[in-house]
Design a binder for this molecule. Structure first.
Ligand SMILES: Nc1nc2c(ncn2[C@@H]2O[C@H](COP(=O)(O)OP(=O)(O)O)[C@@H](O)[C@H]2O)c(=O)[nH]1
Ligand SMILES: [Mg+2]
Length: 403
């Protein structure tokens, strides 16, 4: 008898469990998984695939082409795409640091847009580099090898003089002062990356370096913003360059402006670069590890003439000219001031500086995770105030607290 009762209790208990399970599974208050499709859905269903590299000029504007092999969710942003790509110069050994950067860029921006990503290297990329980066990027990935003539000493450079400079800079403990590869890198970023065959398909680029972070959601197409607002070059951080790396850059620039006055535009940003109407350089520059810019501008006669004249002056090897002051001086003199844009809303870190947008409401609305106390913008070593003054821009509310 006791045994039968125990069975009955088991059966009733099991029935109650079944009824409970039924209610839980059919209840509308329990969230169901509703993620964008992964492997089972073909991402090309969501984004029309382009006939040719996405172009902004034709009336039929194709979208970006998602990276079919990566099995990532399709782009969520509607609308046309620009003819644009991310671009990274890297070594195979940079893999895990660039992987972090890619993940930041994808999470905050590119998963919504699926723009392509071009990787350039002076060596061959290995299979692991390609495999990992392709898995992370939502757009197409392309890998290019830099031709030797773009990553070597030009024949007009005196090798002994260059070697002596490296020794002296090493003594003086100037950062990267004794490095040959760093000089090739700076020269390449100054004069060649935009002419690499893989880059010729594109009109816009966003440069990304290893180990960077993005701190806020970017919910609009920054490339389209550049085009719609007639911008050619942009920045998030600006600062004073280490003088010992560019002692004669300004003299070389003045020689260029004398011989090529036609390339200097009216209403430029000279005031950002010089406090005495061009006599001397104040060493302000846009930090070029972040850039969104127009490749056709870099491929213009004006920019190429400037690069060639600097290259022949020899300062990439006889000093240690960085691509940041080179790009900045060019943008400052050869673009109208309203063609340069400050992306306040792109919160960014590259060691050791942070740009964290001033204004709490913006940071909350865009799910920012940067500490506003670390914002470099209004620090005495930043050049942003000069940029604001030059462009008659009002500094954002609360900037005093971040000085
Ligand atoms: N392929 C290649 N890339 C390099 C080399 N040196 C630097 N880079 C890349 O050039 C960029 C700038 O170098 P980085 O070490 O970040 O310089 P820093 O930001 O000025 O300290 C990064 O994207 C690096 O990955 C090199 O010798 N070969
Ligand atoms: Mg770097």
């Amino acid at each position: 008898m006791a045994g039968t009762q125990r069975y009955l209790r088991y059966i009733i208990f099991a029935l109650i469990c079944l009824i409970l399970l039924f209610f839980i599974s059919s209840s509308s208050t329990v969230p169901t998984a509703n993620w964008p499709g992964y492997a089972s859905e073909n991402p090309t269903d969501a984004v029309p695939s382009p006939q040719s590299p996405a172009g902004q000029n034709g009336s039929e504007k194709p979208a970006t082409s998602p990276n079919g092999g990566a099995k990532l969710p399709p782009a969520t942003a509607s609308g046309d795409r620009m003819n644009a790509t991310f671009v990274t110069l890297a070594r195979n050994s940079d893999l895990w640091e660039i992987a972090k950067s890619i993940r930041n860029v994808e999470d905050r921006f590119n998963r919504k847009f699926n723009y392509d990503w071009v990787f350039l290297n002076d060596d061959d990329f290995n299979d692991e580099f390609k495999k990992v980066t392709t898995a992370l990027v939502s757009g197409k990935t392309k890998y290019g090898k830099i031709p030797t003539e773009h990553w070597s000493f030009p024949d007009f450079i005196d090798q002994d003089r260059a070697a002596k400079v490296r020794e002296e800079m090493k003594e003086k403990k100037i950062i990267y002062g004794d490095s040959i590869s760093y000089r090739h890198m700076c020269r390449y970023e100054s004069g060649f990356f935009f002419r690499h065959p893989l880059m010729l398909d594109y009109e816009w680029y966003w440069r990304v370096e290893p180990s960077i972070e993005l701190y806020c959601d970017i919910n609009y197409d920054t490339f389209k913003f550049m085009a719609d607002n007639k911008k050619k070059y942009s920045f998030v951080l600006s600062l004073y360059e280490y003088v010992d790396t560019i002692p004669t850059l300004w003299d070389a620039t003045k020689n260029f402006t004398k011989t090529h006055p036609q390339h200097i535009v009216k209403d430029n940003s000279l005031k950002f670069l010089s406090d005495d109407d061009g006599e001397n350089y104040n060493h302000c520059h846009f930090w070029s590890n972040f850039e969104i810019g127009n490749l056709d501008w870099l491929r213009s006669d004006a920019y190429i003439d400037y690069f060639n004249s600097l290259d022949h002056a020899g300062g990439f090897f006889y000093e240690r000219w960085g691509d940041a002051p080179v790009h900045s001086v060019a943008a400052g003199l050869m673009l109208k001031k309203d063609e340069i844009h400050f992306f306040n809303d792109i919160a960014y870190y590259h060691v050791p500086f942070t740009h964290c947008p001033t204004g709490e409401q913006y940071r909350l609305d865009h799910k920012c995770h940067c500490n506003p106390k670390e914002n470099f913008d209004w620090n005495g070593y930043s050049c942003l105030s000069r940029y604001f003054e030059l462009n008659n821009m009002a500094k954002p509310e609360g900037y005093e607290k971040e000085q």
